[in-house]
Design a protein around this ligand. Structure first.
Ligand code: GDP
Length: 478
């Protein structure tokens, strides 16, 4: 901000002539009504031993900037939030169901299972929260929106089938999000089960079992018979303890939308995962760009609850509109404030939808590198055969242009899919297709998510293009 000489003199309790004299000594010729810039103001103030306080403008529509930092003394242990991922048919749904059936009902007799998108079980008097949508779609959709809710990933691999393409995808999703993986080797009841083979295959992805000197926990189990499930749950608690998951329950709640829908009778209904603080019935709340007051809260067995602490999923009503999965929510001091901020966020969202989101693309890569915004270029590689995948990955990893390197966050054989695009979007990566193309869904999502896809047929052309882009020497596309 700027001040005139007269205004500054008044603030400092000095005569304007004195200020003008000082400025003159500093080589600045000024008149009494002249605007002074920030530097001049700072110079004068420091001369008088006064510190300049700059007013920090808080953008109230930005939850990140409203986020308060907790005093470590206020933090208490919270339950882990777990997502189950793995290849199709390897038993994710069966595992989710059998964990739920074995634990929930024995805790709360009479409760009727409600599918609200997440549930909690109690193991050794400790709670574990499971996200109820198997697969990595939900996981990645949320991450693409900037929401990180998962603390631990359970990677389900069928012992009679081994590592499959979606197993690898799941590993890379979890790694890109920096989330620890517990491996569940499933279907050990089958005569054709070969758990050792699964472990051997996964070693290639740096998931080395503890018994082989690594630090990855493997649990052999059968989601169908229930064998080994208790052990899996105990292992999750163990990992959770190592991660030291904590939150402050004594503050206004914040968290993330797990799912949301419009209910004919109840209006907008949203499942919220509380991540910090305690959510209460009656709380004025902003959810994404919707707002309201928490009218009713129900838990995962359909019981009315009055409050929900960290890591607890609850279904709420009382919003003016339906939010989206992955949206953040925050409780405010009163309804007027919630309404004002909700409306401002809706406005901002409209504007943002109109302007192009800036994802990394080869065309503006050099600008970003120059500005020091990028130290690594994230790349996803898809190719028609494994040999090409390996050759490309090896060649790309050798690239080092002025300290900026390539990081392969995912690679695999096959067409470019929607999942590849969502992962690229979540991790700000570009996608390279070698003798493969994006399928129709991938194309559509890439357009809306503004993900850069590059298609090639010759390996050295790929390397050439990336290097040229990093050096700012890319030929413009017409
Ligand atoms: P998802 O696609 O990963 O969710 O897999 P599902 O949970 O739908 O399971 C796929 C099939 O495998 C179903 O027919 C299940 O009954 C079966 N299945 C899952 N877990 C086990 C298991 O531990 N043992 C056996 N024998 N079958 C299983």
């Amino acid at each position: 901000g700027s001040l005139t000489v007269a205004e500054l003199a008044k603030k400092l309790g000095k005569e304007p002539s004195e200020i003008i004299k000082k400025l003159f000594m500093l080589g600045i010729m000024a008149t009494i009504n002249q605007d002074l810039d920030k530097d001049a103001i700072e110079l004068i103030c420091s001369d008088y031993g006064v510190e300049v306080e700059e007013k920090v403008v808080i953008d109230e529509t930005d939850f990140e900037s409203l986020e308060i930092v907790d005093d470590p003394a206020d933090l208490v242990e919270r339950p882990p939030v777990v997502t189950i991922m793995g290849h199709v048919d390897h038993g994710k749904t069966t595992l989710l169901d059998s964990i739920r059936n074995s634990k929930v009902t024995e805790q709360e007799a009479g409760g009727i299972t409600q599918h609200i998108g997440a549930y909690q079980v109690v193991v050794n008097n400790k709670k574990i929260t499971f996200l109820d949508t198997p697969g990595h779609e939900a996981f990645t959709t949320m991450r693409a929106r900037g929401a990180q809710v998962t603390d631990i990933v359970i990677l389900v691999v069928a012992a009679d089938d081994g590592v499959m393409p979606q197993t690898v995808e799941a590993i890379n999703h979890a790694k890109a999000a920096n989330v620890p993986i517990v491996v569940a080797v499933n279907k050990i009841d089958k005569p054709t089960a070969n758990p050792d083979r699964v472990m051997q295959e996964l070693v290639e992805y740096n998931l080395v079992p503890e018994e082989w000197g690594g630090d990855t926990i493997y649990c052999k189990l059968s989601a169908l018979t229930g064998e080994g499930i208790d052990n899996l749950l105990e292992m999750i608690l163990l990992v959770s303890e190592m991660e030291e998951l904590k939150a402050n329950p004594n503050r206004r709640a914040t968290g993330t939308v797990i799912e949301a829908k419009l209910d004919k009778g109840r209006g907008p209904v949203a499942t919220l995962l509380v991540q910090s603080g305690t959510l209460r019935v009656g709380d004025p709340i902003v959810v994404g760009s919707t707002y309201g007051r928490v009218r009713a809260m129900t838990n995962d067995i359909g019981r009315r609850v009055k409050e929900a602490g960290p890591s607890m999923p609850v279904e709420i009503t009382g919003l003016n509109d339906v939010p989206q999965a992955g949206d953040r929510f925050m409780v405010f001091e009163d309804e007027k404030k919630a309404r004002q901020i909700g409306e401002a966020r809706a406005q901002k969202q409209l504007l943002e939808q109109r302007s192009v989101k800036t994802r990394v693309s080869l065309d503006d890569l050099f600008e970003k590198i120059k500005q020091g915004e990028m130290k690594e270029l994230n790349i996803i590689v898809k190719a028609d055969v494994q040999g090409s995948v390996e050759a490309l990955v090896a060649a790309l990893q050798k690239i080092d242009i002025e300290g900026v390197r390539v990081k392969i966050i995912h690679s695999g054989v096959g067409a470019i899919t929607e999942y590849d695009i969502m992962l690229a979007s979540a991790s700000n990566a570009i996608v390279i297709g070698f003798n493969v193309r994006p399928d129709a869904n991938a194309k559509r999502v890439a357009e809306s998510e503004k993900v850069d896809i590059r298609l090639h047929r010759i390996i050295y052309k790929v390397i050439e293009e990336i290097e040229a882009a990093m050096k700012g020497m890319l030929d413009p596309e017409y």
